[in-house]
Design a protein. Structure first.
Length: 264
């Protein structure tokens, strides 16, 4: 059955971090209609249990899939992907693209062989990350550090607030304080929120340190899975959130081409 040109891509995140993925997707598929879905009532995911995240994400995406009939769902959240991706793929009959830490490209970039990985507490402890390290960075040193404060800092920045500079200092200092941390020359931003504060993080690192995230790779994967399909954006993209809708939220989303926000 032919997919209608107006059928949307559903981009799902716990909050506003998925906007980093939306930016990359816009460059790759500018005509693709998008519904941006944020589980703001469940934010932050990184401090929840695996069982709680899996049940919440699968339940929400099931209901959203029924309501919006998307051509593809992108889980634009590292924590949700590393925990719930398999379960969601088992229950939904629609292509699902997940978000995984960009360990493979980081391993190709590093010169010192030492890679830093900033993520949520839930992401950095996942077996999925162990597998990526074993597959792509076995001969490298991967230094993992949980920096949950960066999620709130990114959310605050997008809403026009000025985050506490100490948040960025603590994230970088904590990573560098680990064994061999001084040798880090490449940093994987393993949470879609973190690229939104990359400039603030880079200011805490030595010149020449590279930051990498998975947004461009995700956009390429979505383009590959929708190749040959027709797209038609006949109105501005929309966002749905599970929490309260406020004027600051709408203002934060507007620069990303989202023209309306409603409660799911």
């Amino acid at each position: 059955m032919e997919i209608p040109a107006s059928s949307p891509i559903l981009l799902f995140d716990s909050g506003l971090g998925g906007l980093s993925v939306l930016s990359a997707l816009r460059k790759t598929l500018p005509e693709a209609p998008v519904i941006y879905a944020a589980d703001t009532a469940g934010l932050p995911y990184g401090e929840k249990s695996e069982a709680e995240i899996a049940a919440r994400v699968a339940g929400l995406l099931g209901r959203m899939s029924e309501r919006y009939d998307p051509r593809l769902i992108c889980i634009a959240c590292n924590t949700a992907s590393t925990i719930a991706l398999g379960m969601v793929r088992d229950v939904l009959h629609v292509p699902i693209v997940g978000t995984v830490p960009a360990i493979k490209p980081a391993a190709a970039l590093t010169k010192t062989g030492t890679i830093g990985l900033l993520g949520t507490a839930a992401t950095i402890r996942q077996r999925y990350v162990d597998d990526l390290e074993a597959q792509f960075a076995q001969d490298k040193r991967l230094i993992r550090h949980a920096a949950p404060e960066l999620v709130g800092a990114a959310e605050a920045k997008l809403r026009g607030q000025v985050p506490d500079a100490g948040v960025f200092d603590r994230a970088i200092a904590g990573m560098k304080a680990k064994a061999d941390g001084a040798e880090i020359d490449t940093v994987v931003l393993a949470c879609t929120h973190f690229p939104l504060v990359q400039a603030e993080l880079a200011a805490q690192m030595a010149a020449g340190v590279q930051f990498i995230d998975g947004s461009d790779g995700i956009a390429r994967r979505i383009a590959s899975l929708t190749q040959g399909q027709s797209f038609e954006r006949n109105r501005a993209d929309q966002a749905v959130v599970t929490g309260a809708v406020d004027e600051h939220l709408a203002e934060a989303l507007a620069p990303y081409g989202i023209g309306g926000v409603s409660r799911f």
